[in-house]
Ligand binder design. Structure first.
Ligand SMILES: [Zn+2]
Length: 288
């Protein structure tokens, strides 16, 4: 059996700088193509074989991007083309998931991809100080998120949430997620009917919907902030990484993973509360 490598490749003879995407659409395409390569690699690993003609999974690294220069004390300028806000979950390594190398993504990771003050500080910094290179902001949730699951369970059993066993820090994370859990619950009741909470699949549907809405809510907030402080050319997107298919997609239900072209997609952030509420209903329909 052959080993199946995921390679960061540096060519010492090539001292050029990798050309970054020139606009938001190209940046989106770059992330989606990178995720397709990562998902294909993960699938090859699961099948345990790399057949003749199968692709090799290579991330090309230009020397200057990570400071390699034969002479002198050269330090590269920070030059990411995208800001990515993701969960701290160890199963979701952001650069690998998007097939990116050094100096290409400005990553903010926190459990539940919630936007606390320090996260906002990082985002504001990148949007203002790295404005020459940043073309895109992406908020990425993921299936099976422990933080969202904890928020759903606390929502369904509020007594648990008030217990002292939960630290202030964890409670703070859950508080950020409750808005999305509440909206997901309303969407399920509107579409499934008033008996929705009695359905055996209610809790899992609530978690899955809340994961999407939690990413969408953060993206909507970033979009509003960006509209206030920065330039219209920065696009704000969101998606959900599926732990089974390894695709980042929105909408997130991947029942036919072989149809890979249709199941990698980053969606535009909701524009307002009405679009956010419509998403909750759409998720409820999909999960019925
Ligand atoms: Zn998570």
């Amino acid at each position: 059996m052959k080993t199946i490598d995921y390679i960061y490749r540096f060519d010492p003879k090539n001292t050029s700088v990798k050309v970054p995407p020139s606009d938001a659409e190209k940046a989106k395409h770059e992330l989606e193509v990178g995720n397709r390569m990562f998902a294909d690699w993960m699938m090859s690993c699961q099948h345990g074989s790399l057949m003749p003609g199968d692709p090799h999974y290579v991330i090309e690294c230009a020397g200057l991007n990570f400071g390699h220069k034969p002479t002198g004390d050269y330090v590269p300028r920070q030059d990411p083309f995208a800001i990515v806000i993701g969960c701290s979950d160890a199963r979701v390594p952001i650069e690998m998931v998007f097939g990116q190398g050094f100096n290409e993504l400005f990553v903010v990771r926190v459990a539940g991809n919630v936007l606390a003050d320090e996260c906002w500080g990082s985002i504001d910094y990148a949007l203002t100080e790295l404005s020459e290179s940043v073309k895109l902001v992406v908020v990425m949730g993921h299936s099976g998120c422990g933080a969202v699951t904890a928020a759903v369970d606390a929502y369904l059993d509020p007594k648990k949430y008030s217990l002292n066993v939960m630290s202030l820090g964890v409670k703070s994370i859950l508080r950020h997620i409750f808005v999305s859990v509440h909206r997901a619950a309303m969407g399920l009741q509107e579409v499934w009917g008033p008996d929705a909470p009695n359905s055996p699949s209610y809790r899992s549907a609530l978690i899955e919907s809340a994961v999407c809405l939690n990413a969408a809510a953060a993206a909507q907030s970033v979009r509003a902030a960006n509209d206030r402080i920065r330039h219209a050319e920065v696009r704000v997107l969101y998606g959900v990484y599926d732990l089974r298919s390894h695709h980042v997609c929105m909408p997130p239900i991947c029942t036919h993973v072989s149809d890979r072209d249709t199941h990698i997609n980053l969606a535009d952030a909701p524009n307002d509360a009405a679009e956010f509420e419509a998403l909750a209903r759409e998720m409820a329909v999909r999960l019925k």
